[in-house]
Write a protein that binds this ligand. Structure first.
Ligand code: PNW
Length: 481
């Protein structure tokens, strides 16, 4: 195998740079109805006909629940020193409620599922024995189904308290060993794709719900962080933050003022929506002006809860698009319905891709410099926070075929070119402190089922067999320098 010379690339990152791989519970664990696990909104979405590619379910997925030792050995073999995974809330609290907050109708004898808690104990211990730091995401979209059905899920003003009590259980059980907590993964996706576009669970389509769901998620994040800081952080000595996702938006005509404004507005509607309240104290002015009464207002107490509530800036980044002011666009042009990473009529931004940009199997353009520009935008806007890229990676077509998957030079090139831009960002003064590849192994790609493969390891979903791809070997070589 031809491994490019990546020694120089590695040397451009500081010695204490955190190198990791990432996954999420629902995408890898399987064992959906084993070990006392309760259902989540994603189980229900799986079983709603027509929502998922070929109606595939995550009942088995990578069967990670039964292959823990093997999978940790695979992580260790890559040479990474950090593994980001998520806890399935309904595996540890099958009804969503903890003893602290359960309503009288809940079955009190079965609120805490010790078997589920023990699974993550084993995972954390195995990682530490292998010198790998656990980076734990508390919520990667899989809300317990009971909270959706009985409490209206993310639309309930009380949901934040359920998040906080679930998180407290995790801090108290695992915080002696877990020093890196991520409260929420990509609340933009839960709010916009789950409550705006209907693409992800719970599959709702609305122009109002996304803003309410996002508001409640920010409150949930704030309450989880407050509890950690008040009751655990001093003693346990860990860090806690949030991971947001954002694409880069490049003005289509870089010299046109209205395209520059459109790109800025698109970034504010994507990332500013969540990061501004945390770093600047309120939603972006552009959102306030355009979303008007559909955008909730923070009370003084809520504002204080959320302001400065992240110890680091977690970022998931995948792609770049051009942004143009919608006024430039002929509205009859069928292309103008192309979508704009949110509710079009709220933003008035038209998005497009360059014909010259290569696309991944997700249709996401490969634009490495967009990653650097986004890192620099964050650095400027939020006053130089410590940034961790908690996901970056790509799906490559035709990788069902093992031989093709193993020969994934396009993925190697993706990582090489994106990491080159990350190094440039560091050289330009950005405080980028870590990078997690998405993902450890091919897994359940949400509504795409098993049709999109992002892994450094190939998984045969019929047998469960795992095999390393060239990109995995490339990481091994990079990290062994
Ligand atoms: C992320 N978008 O999802 C998730 O955190 C992962 O679980 C997922 O497997 C991975 O990226 C690849 O899809 C995203 O539309 C889904 O901008 C959608 C978007 C971004 C990220």
């Amino acid at each position: 195998m031809d491994i490019p010379n990546n020694k120089k690339l590695h040397q451009r990152f500081p010695d204490d740079f955190v190198w990791g791989v990432a996954s999420a519970a629902f995408q890898v664990e399987g064992a959906a109805r084993e070990g006392g696990r309760g259902p989540s909104i994603w189980d229900a979405f799986n079983y709603t006909p027509g929502k998922i590619h070929l109606n595939q379910t995550a009942d088995i997925a990578c069967d990670h629940y039964h292959r823990l030792e093997e999978d940790v050995a695979m992580i260790a073999a890559l040479g990474v020193k950090a593994y980001r995974f998520s806890i399935s809330w309904s595996r540890v609290l099958p009804q969503g409620y903890s003893p602290k907050n359960a309503p009288s109708r809940a079955d009190k004898s079965k609120l805490i599922n010790e078997e589920g808690l023990a699974f993550y104990d084993r995972l954390i211990n195995l990682l530490l024995e292998n010198n790998i730091q656990p980076w734990v995401t508390l919520f990667h979209w899989d809300l317990p189904l009971a909270l959706q059905m009985e409490q209206d899920g993310l639309l309930s003003s009380e949901v934040a308290d359920y998040f906080a009590d679930y998180a407290e259980l995790c801090f108290s059980r695992y915080g002696d060993r877990v020093k890196h907590w991520i409260t929420l993964n990509e609340p933009w996706c839960s709010a916009m794709l789950g409550h705006g576009m209907g693409l992800k669970a719970p599959g709702r389509i609305s122009t109002e719900e996304p803003y309410l769901a996002a508001h409640n998620l920010l409150l949930a994040h704030g309450k989880m962080v407050k509890n950690y800081r008040d009751n655990f952080q001093a003693q346990q000595g860990g860090q806690i933050g949030i991971t947001n996702n954002c694409d880069w938006r490049e003005p289509k005509n870089p010299n046109a003022k209205n395209d520059q404004a459109a790109a800025q507005r698109a970034l504010e509607f994507f990332l500013g929506w969540f990061a501004d309240p945390i770093y600047l104290g309120d939603y972006p002015q552009s959102m306030r002006e355009r979303v008007k009464e559909r955008l909730p207002k923070f009370t003084d107490e809520e504002r204080a809860l959320i302001f400065k509530s992240s110890d680091f800036f977690g970022l998931n980044h995948y792609t770049t698009r051009y942004a143009e002011d919608m006024a430039n666009i002929d509205k009859d042009d069928p292309q103008s319905s192309h979508g704009n990473g949110g509710i079009s009529s709220d933003q008035d931004v038209y998005l497009s891709q360059d014909d010259a940009w290569e696309e991944t199997d997700m249709g996401w353009a490969v634009v490495p410099w967009g990653c650097r520009k986004l890192l620099e935008w964050i650095d400027q806007r939020y006053d130089h926070p410590d940034i961790y890229i908690t996901e970056n990676g790509c799906a490559i077509p035709e990788e069902d075929d093992l031989a093709k998957a193993q020969n994934d030079s396009r993925r190697v090139e993706f990582y090489e070119t994106y990491l080159d831009q990350c190094a440039q960002a560091i050289e330009n003064g950005v405080k980028l402190k870590g990078y997690f590849a998405w993902t450890l192994m091919d897994n359940y790609e949400w509504e795409e089922g098993y049709s999109k493969r992002f892994g450094l390891y190939h998984v045969d979903f019929a047998t469960g067999e795992r095999n390393i791809k060239n990109s995995g070997r490339w990481f091994q070589a990079l990290l062994s320098k």
